[in-house]
Ligand binder design. Structure first.
Ligand code: ZN
Ligand code: ZN
Length: 238
């Protein structure tokens, strides 16, 4: 799997850019060839999702999955466990401008959704949005980068204008249970009216699946806009 997944961009632009911004492994931070995505050792340490992950909600079956909470989405595919080296990769993706992890997890998610037999039925992909303020600070939305890589080679368009996020000072992870649900419902919104997504199957993409509150709030909006089914994909699951 390593050989097929870690080959990055071999373009001349990428080669030249490497002189100024040397390519680094998103997991250990070590220097790597300009057209690789990470080092082989790190890749082999990623804890990919296995049979202990619920195929329906994407959470580890133990202590418990989210299925009994009746999420709005019909299923969620997770690529890896949010632990060890995968956690480092997500951190680099969010805070170190290292987008290699988006390519690695995006491709893994594409393979996973194909294996699950659902990728062909997807009409469009929607990344979980960031607020305009967060976007200005970071310069990119990691969920959008994941969605771009996930849909590479398919004709699934990535749509970023359907749902939006308000700026909030409280970080989701600092809240628990009900507060998190309520907060997520207030944070995401849509400016669209009617049912422009009527009958569509939408793929909602995020970096980390924690309590499912974010995916649930965004799925609700997509269903409100007429989607028939929302399928989620997360790079890693807690
Ligand atoms: Zn490494
Ligand atoms: Zn489940």
């Amino acid at each position: 799997m390593y050989g097929s997944i870690v080959m990055g961009d071999s373009s001349l632009k990428s080669y030249v850019l490497d002189f100024f911004f040397p390519n680094r492994c998103p997991f250990c931070g070590g220097f790597i060839p300009y057209n690789d995505l990470c080092c082989e050792e790190c890749f082999s340490e990623i804890l990919w999702a296995d049979e202990h992950i619920c195929p329906q909600c994407g959470k580890p079956k133990r202590p418990h999955c989210l299925c009994k909470e009746y999420p709005e989405y019909s299923l969620c595919a997770s690529a890896a466990y949010y632990s060890g080296i995968a956690k480092e990769g997500i951190f680099s993706l969010k805070f170190k401008n290292n987008l290699n992890a988006a390519a690695i997890f995006g491709q893994a998610l594409r393979d996973k959704l194909s294996e699950m037999g659902v990728i062909d039925g997807i009409d469009l992909a929607v990344p979980v949005p960031m607020s305009p303020k967060q976007m200005r600070i970071r310069g990119y939305n990691q969920a959008e980068e994941l969605a771009k890589h996930l849909t590479k080679g398919t004709n699934i368009p990535v749509r970023t204008e359907l749902i939006q996020r308000r700026f909030s000072k409280t970080a989701q992870h600092s809240l628990s249970g009900e507060d998190r649900k309520r907060k997520a419902a207030q944070t995401y919104f849509t400016e669209l009216c009617g049912t422009p997504l009527s009958g569509m199957t939408v793929l909602l993409v995020d970096d980390v699946l924690t309590t499912g509150s974010t995916l649930n709030a965004c799925s609700k909006l997509l269903l409100q806009l007429g989607s028939e089914r929302v399928i989620c994909a997360a790079a890693a699951t807690v």
